[in-house]
Design a protein around this ligand. Structure first.
Ligand SMILES: Nc1ncnc2c1ncn2[C@@H]1O[C@H](COP(=O)(O)OP(=O)(O)OP(=O)(O)O)[C@@H](O)[C@H]1O
Length: 585
């Protein structure tokens, strides 16, 4: 077929016919087999038909009436929800809009709209295979202007070939933004210096000593394109400082973070080193952090060292599992500055069948999180965890006293007989031992213990009924109850009530004439030894459970600690907060 033949064919696509004409001109220059192949392809009726269809579809697509105004409505929805969440308490319209925008149908509609607007429906065609002569290498020359900003790439020696190759490209860094350097590219020269046989360290020093423009001669890797950013967010459960990490491939590329920081993991391509950004620094260049697998190995190693050094001291701190019966009712309404006086309570030593070792098996590295939006009328239970004697029950009682309609604590169960003056269901729910034992075995209790031959416990069902009644359930259980409470059904907000430093602890308790919770008759103040135990126990709780805490409040001045809890309650009710991803549907 020739151009003349095509001229008689009115349906022939003009762009195609232009291509064929220019190919005809090229034919004079070369008689290559490939040109013949290309010519046959371009002249085929099938291709012409396809191009015609494409042109028609593209014409419809150009109709302005069908063009989307924006393609990021999902992102805007998210921003509007954030704004609304802080205003829900101001008026009903905000609250209603906040609800409507959380409807899964509406959200799915917006996400579908965005997918279409972003033309996400186009098929992803496979890479066109390029048969290359193995001896023939394409070389690319990349010039970058050196600034104070790091290049954002790491290099390594390829184990098989011994050549210097690009190991990583940091998301958002200079190399990534240039789009010219890719993982796997082989570095041949830097500023005209051949790097063959050199170590990555040698290459780094060439780079460090260069000024102005840096020219790389690279052999491109076989066709890996740009990297896709993942959407995963995690909460770090440990502190990390690349400066002190002897194993990180490049300290400058590392990202320092602290336990509790929310990290956006942008790449998990490497088994040992992920790339991440801090959620609070969205525009920053991504940095290297140890992967979950790598960090798990390190933690196992650190724990074995910690346990070896702790030795018997763990057994000595048995005071940390002494506690009052769960939720012992202590009604006291007071907003005065003095501590709520505690009615005489009996100390019980919980018969804790499990020990801490179970918790040590849970290796805290990163937890995948997502924003959990508050739902009006459904409040997350607030769980106050802390060392025995630190003031968890005092704070719980104060919350209930501040607004008994809103804050409620579950009534504990017991197998002990009812006493004169007690009302069943008020102080305790009295049950038969065999029934309570069966319920404990069935996992119906979030905590339970035995004191002087009687069982005490708090049931999961009672927490549920408080939540269902539209109240804020406040709990102050033993720290081992965290495991039973931290579920998708309960979605608790867990606060670690920590003691202040020794001097402040002693001063505040002495001034308030606080009664020691380690004294059975509840008649004397705390001893120095008990204060020290409290501090040690807090450290231990932090070590074992620190990664589960949504907030830490230091209970020094009681009124300040209480106000902090009230502020936290406000936040839980009004702001979307990070929670385990599994809790967010
Ligand atoms: N910030 C504070 N300043 C002064 N006294 C405090 C403070 N916090 C708590 N107290 C007092 O300390 C004592 C122990 O507090 P509380 O009973 O709340 O401890 P707890 O954490 O519940 O311990 P346990 O689990 O052993 O019962 C109480 O007399 C309480 O009033």
């Amino acid at each position: 077929m020739t151009a003349e033949v095509m001229a008689t064919d009115t349906n022939w696509d003009p762009a195609l016919s232009k291509l064929i004409t220019s190919l005809k001109e090229a034919e004079n220059l070369s008689n290559d087999q490939e040109i013949d192949f290309l010519k046959a392809l371009l002249e085929s009726k099938e291709l012409n038909a396809l191009v015609n269809v494409h042109t028609k579809v593209a014409k419809v697509g150009r109709d302005d009436r069908l063009a989307p105004v924006l393609s990021t409505s999902g992102q805007i929805l998210y921003e509007v929800l954030e704004q609304l969440s802080q205003r829900c308490h101001l008026n009903e319209e905000c609250k209603e809009a906040f609800h409507l925008l959380q409807e899964p149908h509406l959200q799915s509609l917006l996400y579908a709209h965005d997918a279409i607007a972003q033309k996400d429906f186009y098929p992803h065609l496979p890479e066109i295979p390029i048969e290359m002569d193995e001896d023939e290498e394409t070389i690319k020359i990349v010039q970058l202007v050196k600034s104070n900003e790091p290049l954002g790439a790491t290099i390594k020696t390829d184990e098989e070939t011994g050549k210097i190759i690009i190991a990583r490209i940091m998301h958002g860094g200079a190399a990534d933004r240039s789009g010219l350097i890719h993982v796997g590219d082989e570095v041949i020269e830097v500023n005209g210096i051949n790097v063959e046989g050199k170590t990555p360290g040698d290459v780094l020093s060439i780079l460090q000593n260069s000024e102005g423009t840096i020219t790389f001669k690279l052999v491109p890797s076989d066709g890996k394109g740009g990297q896709r950013e993942s959407k995963v967010r995690v909460r770090a459960h440990f502190d990390y400082n690349p400066e002190t990490d002897p194993y990180i491939p490049c300290k400058e590329a590392g990202l320092a973070f602290q336990r509790g920081d929310i990290l956006h993991i942008v790449s998990q391509d490497d088994a040992y080193w992920w790339q991440a950004r801090k959620e609070s620094e969205r525009t920053a260049r991504a940095g290297l952090i140890p992967s979950r697998a790598l960090q798990e190995r390190r933690i196992i190693h650190e724990r074995s060292q910690f346990e070896a050094s702790e030795g018997d001291s763990k057994k000595g701190s048995c005071a940390s599992i002494c506690t009052t019966p769960p939720g012992t009712p202590m009604l006291h309404s007071s907003s005065s500055t003095s501590s709520c006086r505690q009615p005489k309570t009996k100390k019980i030593m919980y018969d804790l069948t499990e020990n801490d070792d179970f918790d040590r098996e849970m290796i805290a590295t990163y937890e995948e999180v997502a924003k959990l939006y508050p739902r009006p009328g459904v409040y997350r239970p607030i769980v106050l965890i802390g060392a025995p004697g630190v003031g968890r029950n005092e704070l719980r009682r104060r919350l209930v006293a501040r607004d008994p309609e809103k804050f409620r604590s579950p009534v504990p169960y017991t197998t002990r007989p009812i006493r004169t003056g007690e009302v069943a269901g008020r102080e305790y729910i009295f049950v038969a031992r065999d029934k309570m034992e069966a319920d404990i075995a069935a996992g119906k209790f979030i905590e339970h213990g035995e004191y002087k031959g009687h069982l005490y416990g708090t049931s999961g069902e009672s927490v549920k009924s408080i939540v269902n009644a539209g109240c804020v359930c406040v709990l102050s259980p033993h720290y081992q109850a965290i495991k039973a409470l931290r579920t998708v059904q309960t979605k608790p907000f867990i606060i670690h009530i920590k003691p202040p430093e020794f001097d402040v602890l002693k001063k505040t308790r002495t001034e308030a004439r606080a009664k020691s919770t380690f004294d059975e008759s509840n008649a004397r103040g705390f001893t120095d030894e008990e204060f020290n135990d409290m501090l040690k126990s807090a450290e231990r709780i932090d070590f074992l459970y620190g990664h589960f805490f949504d907030e830490i409040i230091v209970n020094g001045e009681l009124l300040i600690a209480f106000e902090q809890i009230m502020n936290t309650v406000q936040r839980i009710e009004n702001e979307p907060l990070w929670a385990p991803a599994a809790w967010v549907q």
